[in-house]
Design a protein around this ligand. Structure first.
Ligand code: GLC
Length: 502
C-alpha cells in the first residue's frame, strides 16, 4: 500500500470510529420519554423517608433535600445583607442591597479556589474554611472598613450572612446542614458529616469576624430560584401581557442541579411533627433541592459509553455518584473529548505523529485539563480548514492536528454537547409534569431561572435544550410555554434573601 493509500485508509477508519462514538451519544424522543418518567419516579422516591436498610448512598431516589425555604420572594424585600458563595470554581463574598423594587446592587470579591484545596486529599476542613474566612476578612476590610476602625464596632448589631454551599448536604434547618459528600472535585474527607455553617462560623470568629452571623445555608440552585423570583414580575414584563411564573431554579455550570417548590404534604421524609408544624403555620410549599446530578446512579437508563465509565471510575473524585452530572455539566464535557482523543490515538487512528501514549503532549495526558470553553470554540468553528479549532487545540493542549482530524474532533464535540443538552431537558420536563406547572393557568407560561457557564455561554446549548423539550413528553406545545431565563449571579442575591427571612 502506498503512503497515500495508507493515509486514506486511516482517515476512513477514523471517520467510521468517530461515527460509531457519535451514534452512541445520540438521544431520541423515546429515550427522553423513558428518562423523564424515571426522573419523576426518582423524585417521588426521594421525597419519602429512607426505607429500612437503605442509606443515602444506596437509595434509588434522588436526594430531594428540603431547603426550609417556604415562600417565594415577590420583589418588595428590602435590606443589606452579606452573602458567601462556595461554588465549583470560585468563592465569592458579597454585600447585597435589596432595594425592594425587584432590583439589587452588589459589592463583591471573587477568588478562584486554589488548586491545592481541591486536589490534595490531605487538606483539612479547617484549612478550607480558614481560607474562606481569610477571603471574608479581605472583603470586609475593602467594603466595610468601619468594622475594623471604630472602637467597639464588634459589639454593633451582628451582620446577617447567607451562605451558599453548593454540595449535597443533609439540611436540618434553614441555618444548619452537614455535608453528605463532595462533588465537583473536592476531596477533603474530614468535612463529611460535619455542619458546614458551624465550620465556617468558627473560622469567621477566630479570624476576628464574630460580628458576622451566618443565619442561612442554601444551595446555588435555591439562590438562583429565589433571586429569579425576586427579579421577575417587574412592571416591564407585566405590561407586555406576559403571565409567567418562576418554577425551577437550575445550574448548568461546573456542576448541574435544580430546585422547585413542592407541596409540604408530599415531603413525607420531613418528620411528621415538622410537617404539621409548617402546615399549621399556613405554609403550603417548600423549595426542594433535588441534587439531580445524582439521577440514575444505578445506570438503569442513562446512556453510557466506555468514556463515561473511565471518567467516573478512574478519574473522578466520587466514583459511582453524580453520574447524571458527569454526562451533562461543564466539568466533564472537555474530559469526555480528552478521553476520546487519547483512545483514538491508542487505536492508531489519529495523532499518529506521537508513537506512544507517553509521547502525547503532557496537557493531553492531564485529566480535566481540557475545558468546556475550548469545546465551545470548536462547536461553532466554520473557518476554512477549521483553523479556529487548530488554534484552540494548540493553545490549550499544545496539540497540533490535521484538517481531517479536526473535522472528526468537531463531530465529537457536537455529539458531547448535544447529549448534554438533551439530558438537561429531562429534569426540566419531569418537574414541569410533576408539578403540573404548564396547566395551572389559562395560557400560563413558566420561567426557568438558570445560571452557570454552560447554559450562559455554550453556543446553542439553550436551543438544543428547547429542541429536546419539544421531543420530550411535554411536546412542542409545552416547550412553547417554557422560558429559559439567565439569572446571572443569582446565588449571591438568593443567599441574601434567605438570610433576610432567617
Ligand atoms: C453539584 C452539587 C450541587 C450544586 C451543583 C451546581 O451537583 O452537588 O449541590 O447545586 O453542583 O453547582
Amino acid at each position: 500500500m502506498s503512503f497515500d493509500d495508507l493515509h486514506k485508509a486511516t482517515a476512513r477508519a477514523l471517520t467510521s470510529a468517530v461515527d460509531e462514538i457519535c451514534e452512541e451519544f445520540k438521544i431520541d424522543g423515546d429515550d427522553l420519554k423513558t428518562l423523564t418518567e424515571y426522573f419523576i419516579e426518582s423524585m417521588e422516591q426521594g421525597l419519602k423517608p429512607l426505607e429500612d436498610g437503605e442509606s443515602e448512598e444506596t437509595s434509588k431516589g434522588l436526594p430531594m433535600i428540603p431547603s426550609f425555604v417556604t415562600g417565594k420572594p415577590n420583589g418588595t424585600e428590602k435590606g443589606t445583607l452579606l452573602a458567601a458563595d462556595l461554588g465549583g470554581t470560585n468563592f465569592r463574598v458579597c454585600s447585597v442591597n435589596l432595594k425592594g423594587d425587584h432590583t439589587f446592587s452588589m459589592e463583591q470579591t471573587k477568588s478562584r479556589i486554589p488548586d491545592e484545596l481541591l486536589e490534595d486529599d490531605s487538606v483539612t476542613s479547617s484549612e478550607l474554611f480558614g481560607y474562606l474566612a481569610r477571603r471574608t476578612v479581605l472583603f470586609m476590610k475593602k467594603f466595610h472598613p468601619e468594622f475594623f476602625k471604630e472602637p467597639g464596632a464588634e459589639s454593633q448589631k451582628p451582620l446577617k450572612m447567607g451562605f451558599t454551599f453548593s454540595y449535597p448536604i443533609d439540611q436540618k434547618s434553614l441555618a444548619s446542614g452537614s455535608l453528605i459528600r463532595w462533588t465537583k472535585g473536592f476531596k477533603i474527607k474530614d468535612t463529611i458529616g460535619k455542619d458546614v455553617v458551624k465550620l465556617y462560623q468558627e473560622e469567621l470568629n477566630s479570624h476576628g469576624l464574630g460580628m458576622i452571623n451566618v443565619v442561612a445555608l442554601t444551595n446555588d440552585t435555591v439562590g438562583t430560584f429565589l433571586s429569579h423570583c425576586y427579579s421577575s414580575g417587574t412592571a416591564d414584563s407585566l405590561s407586555s401581557g406576559e403571565i409567567s411564573e418562576p418554577v425551577i431554579g437550575c445550574i448548568f455550570g461546573t456542576g448541574t442541579n435544580g430546585c422547585y417548590m413542592e407541596k409540604i404534604e408530599n415531603i413525607t421524609k420531613l418528620p411528621q411533627e415538622a410537617r404539621e408544624g409548617l402546615l399549621n403555620e399556613g405554609k403550603t410549599h417548600m423549595v426542594i433541592n433535588t441534587e439531580w446530578g445524582s439521577f440514575d446512579n444505578e445506570l438503569k437508563y442513562l446512556p453510557t459509553s466506555k468514556y463515561d465509565v473511565d471518567i467516573d471510575q478512574k478519574l473522578s473524585s466520587n466514583p459511582g455518584f453524580h453520574l447524571f452530572e458527569k454526562r451533562v455539566s461543564g466539568m466533564f464535557l472537555g474530559e469526555l473529548l480528552r478521553n476520546m482523543l487519547v483512545d483514538l490515538h491508542e487505536r492508531g487512528l489519529m495523532l499518529n505523529q506521537y508513537r506512544t501514549y507517553n509521547q502525547l503532549p503532557h496537557r493531553l495526558r492531564t485529566p480535566f485539563e481540557l475545558s468546556s470553553e475550548v469545546l465551545s470554540h470548536i462547536e461553532i468553528d466554520d473557518s476554512t480548514g477549521l483553523r479556529e479549532t487548530e488554534l484552540s487545540l494548540l493553545q490549550s493542549l499544545r496539540l497540533p492536528t490535521t484538517p481531517t482530524e479536526r473535522i472528526e474532533i468537531q463531530k465529537m464535540v457536537r455529539a458531547i454537547s448535544r447529549r448534554s443538552a438533551y439530558l438537561a431537558a429531562v429534569p426540566i420536563a419531569a418537574i414541569l409534569i410533576k408539578t403540573n406547572a404548564l396547566n395551572k393557568r389559562y395560557h400560563g407560561e413558566v420561567e426557568i431561572g438558570c445560571d452557570g457557564s454552560v447554559v450562559e455561554y455554550y453556543p446553542g446549548f439553550r436551543s438544543m435544550v428547547r429542541h429536546a423539550l419539544s421531543l420530550s413528553p411535554i411536546g412542542s406545545d409545552g416547550e412553547r410555554k417554557v422560558h429559559l431565563r439567565i439569572a446571572k449571579d443569582g446565588s449571591g442575591a438568593g443567599a441574601a434573601l434567605c438570610a433576610l427571612v432567617a
